[in-house]
Design a binder for this molecule. Structure first.
Ligand code: AMP
Length: 251
């Protein structure tokens, strides 16, 4: 079982110049490094270099990171690297909550690349698809669940999803979840997890106004503030495609 380290003061990591520049220097195991190599990443992004050592130490993390900064691997690599394995019919031991189906699919893709090396099983619980395969996956047992708030609440209420074994909780795009009105759902979900869990909270901004209501969900977190508000990540080329809502997932 993953153990959390108790910290007495929070750490703020803001300077990029002092961050490690090699994945090998972040404390990841050889199996996690093999996953990094499979994904074709040559050097850690700043949010990865700052978040991975803190998360590996068991510390809670609050990170300001936009989509495109490498935040998905920043939270999945260290957490899956130290996660135990659920017994048959049990779990999840780790839960990632994210606001949209599209983000859940992106997280699943990175999770599958890492799980191929760590041997963990991942299940995605999102709306818009039938319940039964998700119920069956939960009955079988899984190590990691990636979920959107609405469907997860449904499966909790029906007794299909039990979060009492969660050791690691990730709140992805926390500010967006609040914007979308998911705060009551997120609070209900967090209340179903053990209080001694490790919590990683990723948000485009850590501005107090935006995420003040989530501060009670993390304990003595390391603060990672690298992305500048309103600035798209430089590695991302942006373009827009006009599509109908029905065609969105396929596109
Ligand atoms: P994310 O911020 O997690 O949505 O990631 C954005 C994109 O960056 C994805 O296409 C990743 O595959 C890519 N990426 C993540 N980490 C790295 C890295 N260290 N080097 C190169 N590309 C990366």
């Amino acid at each position: 079982m993953a153990k959390r380290r108790s910290t007495t003061a929070s750490t703020t990591i803001t300077a990029e110049k002092d961050l490690p520049t090699r994945f090998e220097d972040l404390g990841l195991s050889n199996r996690a490094l093999a996953a990094v190599s499979d994904m074709g990443y040559e050097a850690p992004t700043p949010v990865q270099a700052a978040s991975i050592p803190a998360a590996l130490a068991g510390t809670d993390v609050m990170a300001a990171a936009q989509t495109g900064t490498g935040k998905t691997a920043a939270f999945l690599l260290p957490t899956l690297d130290r996660l135990g394995h659920a017994r048959h019919g049990q779990g999840p031991l780790m839960l990632v909550v994210t606001p949209t189906r599209e983000l859940a699919a992106q997280i699943e893709e990175v999770a599958n690349a890492i799980c191929a090396h760590t041997g963990h099983t991942a299940t995605v619980l999102v709306g818009g698809v039938s319940y039964e395969p998700q119920r069956a996956a939960l009955r079988k047992g899984c190590d990691l669940v990636v979920a959107t708030p609405g469907r997860l609440i449904d499966l909790i209420n029906s007794g299909d999803c039990n979060l009492s074994q969660v050791e690691t909780l990730v709140l992805d795009e926390a500010d967006r979840m609040l914007d979308m009105g998911f705060l009551p759902a997120v609070k209900k979900i967090v209340a179903r997890t053990p209080s001694e869990r490790q919590t990683l909270l990723f948000s485009a901004t850590l501005d107090d106004d935006a995420i003040a209501s989530t501060r009670s969900l993390v304990r003595d977190p390391a603060h990672v503030k690298i992305a500048r508000k309103g600035t798209p990540a430089q590695t991302i080329e942006q373009f827009a495609l006009g599509v109908s809502p029905d065609a969105k997932n396929a596109v």
